[in-house]
Design a protein around this ligand. Structure first.
Ligand code: Z5A
Length: 224
């Protein structure tokens, strides 16, 4: 693929959306073509599935049925949005992707890892992120941030935000295990820092792992 595929993962309120916006701005200042997208969602049909799942309508079917619905949304998202962008040379920044299914439905929902592996294989058809940034912070802090944002916007909690604190603590461990298992693809970023510090850590990860995306930033300094 001509573009790079970067996914952002982590628990509630970790700062993914905020940092994706900052990274997009940074890359655009370097004249890099960037598409921001999200899961579940990112294409018209996948957004319909998003509304259904996050509205809690699939909860009674259990974690495996939910995993299938996330996978169905992902297939459409890949076909309609991600793959065409990558083929055209546009970098894709995606707010959550397949690791969310591994963490939420797989680890937390106690689905057999082999089954999740097979589901992921048929869903992704070989498309894997070039880099996954896992924004890590204590669950209490993430939930407090997400709660404050909801209060500001007058929104309610969704299907997963309603789970108790032990769910979110286990979620953090699930993401750290994913990072440990795939160190070449994943970088854990300490998200319990101020916004600028998190942005700097993310940029450092990009410079190290995907220098082809950041090299334009280095050139003017080299010339000077
Ligand atoms: N899900 C799943 O189960 N299986 C799957 O396969 C997939 C998803 C793909 C989607 O929720 C849900 O679907 C998700 C998992 C599940 N669980 N939930 N809920 P979503 O898309 O609606 O929400 P989210 O992905 O969890 O994101 P979020 O809670 O909106 O958080 P965020 O994007 O990481 O954070 P943010 O919006 O950038 O920041 C939150 C607030 O904190 C905001 O007010 C910021 O200004 C503030 N913030 C951010 N960074 C900082 C720092 N560094 N310091 C202080 N304050 C900060």
């Amino acid at each position: 693929m001509a573009g790079c595929f970067i996914t952002f993962e982590g628990g509630e309120g970790a700062g993914k959306s905020t940092q994706i916006e900052r990274l997009k701005n940074r890359l655009e200042r370097l004249a890099q073509p960037v598409l921001v997208t999200r899961e579940p969602g990112g294409s018209p049909h996948a957004e319909e599935i998003r509304a259904f799942i996050l509205g809690g309508h699939a909860k009674h079917l259990g974690p495996f049925a939910e995993a299938l619905m996330f996978a169905a949304a992902r297939i459409d998202h890949l076909d309609q949005t991600i793959v065409p962008a990558l083929r055209s040379g546009t970098h894709v920044l995606c707010d959550r992707f397949a690791d969310s299914t591994r963490a939420y439905q797989g680890s937390l929902g106690n689905i057999d890892k082999g089954l999740i592996d097979r589901l992921e294989k048929v869903t992704l058809q070989g498309v894997k992120p070039d880099l996954t940034l896992i924004l890590d912070l204590p669950a209490e802090i993430g939930l407090a941030r997400a709660g404050a944002r909801q209060a500001r916007k007058g929104e309610g909690a969704d299907r997963f935000e309603e789970e108790d604190i032990s769910f979110h603590q286990s979620l953090r461990q699930a993401y750290l295990s994913i990072a440990e298992a795939e160190p070449k693809r994943c970088v854990v970023v300490d998200a319990n820092q101020d916004l600028d510090e998190v942005e700097t850590a993310i940029w450092a990860a990009l410079c190290e792992r995907l220098p082809q995306m950041t090299e334009h930033a280095v050139r003017p300094l080299d010339v000077a």
